[in-house]
Design a protein around this ligand. Sequence first.
Ligand code: ZN
Length: 390
Amino acid sequence: MSAQSPPSPGRDDVLDLTRELLRIDTINPPGNEREAAEVALAYARSHGLDGDLQPLGDSRANLRLVLRGEGEQAPIMYCGHLDTVPLGTAPWTRPPHAAEVEEDGVLWGRGAVDMKGGLAAMLVGLTTLARTGTRPPGDVHLLATAGEEVDCAGARAARDAGLLEGVGGLVIAEPTDLDLVVAHKGALFLEFVTRGRAAHGSMPDQGVNAITHMTTLLDRLSALDLGSATDPLLGGPTASVGTVQGGSVVNIVPDRCTAQVDLRSVPGVDHAVLLQRIERMLSELALTVPDFDARMTVTGDYAAVGTDPGEPLVRTAREVLAGVLGRPPGTSGVSYFSDASILQPGTGLPTVLCGPGDPNLAHQTDERVHVDDLRRAAEFFTLLPLAPRS
Ligand SMILES: [Zn+2]
């Protein structure tokens, strides 16, 4: 980096790019992220930064960009997702794909917060460095994923293709109100099915009641040790029964019941160990409860992620962000999960989440972000790769 003033994004770069991305409908399902990935790639190329798409079917793709550095510092990866959640049923004050800007500097649209604003800020950070010929002391990758809002399909494909090889740190621009988030919970979504035997409701002893067995199962599950780990930022693991369905009419003993359970884990809870514990519980019930028949299916598996706040990546991010904000940033944990649940486990990669926008507005009607926060984020993502991490 030269002795001159550090590179800085153009005043409206991040606003213009965010608006362009907001006008492309990437509601997931079905996603259709390819068009947004192509727009982002064309933008990168117009500023001298190259990359490629990782196709995921006809209308879906990840985007990967690389800015080459010239030092020994381990590469970092910027990551953001291209898809958004659906619009919900309540009417919007502003059209959700028009990217309208209010005079007081608020940008409206589905994805403004979660997380086209953050993704655009990362991209502007890299193109600002490329455009000004600035070479950071290590490579910087950008991965824009498809599918995060449903099953993290894009992150899984990127991981399986080895796109993280050699990377030494992960920064994800999920909305954190420009706090540094160093931990988030994991999730394990489970579906249980109990089977019984139908009989006339007046003769329940002739049948096997699948709902009764499900009640026994859920009671036992709620008493199960989910792992003793508690996290200073996240608290302990939780379990919530989301759905129960069983029976058809009042006077037939139900022969089938299903339930979906949402387990949230914290760093230190191994999902494989937790699943073994639940399988063992089901085996014990089968041995002790007459005619007990239950099956479990894992419908979602997202690991908890935690990074020591003393890690060089976190310390450096804190210093750079403090300079941008003019105050020390907060350090926190969040209960939602991210692509880091797929990208980080097994790698030991230091991981931070930091992005513009109020996380409480994510997934909401009238999602919107302050343009000044987009600008601060773009400045942060321009300067972070230039700071030595030690
Ligand atoms: Zn998100």
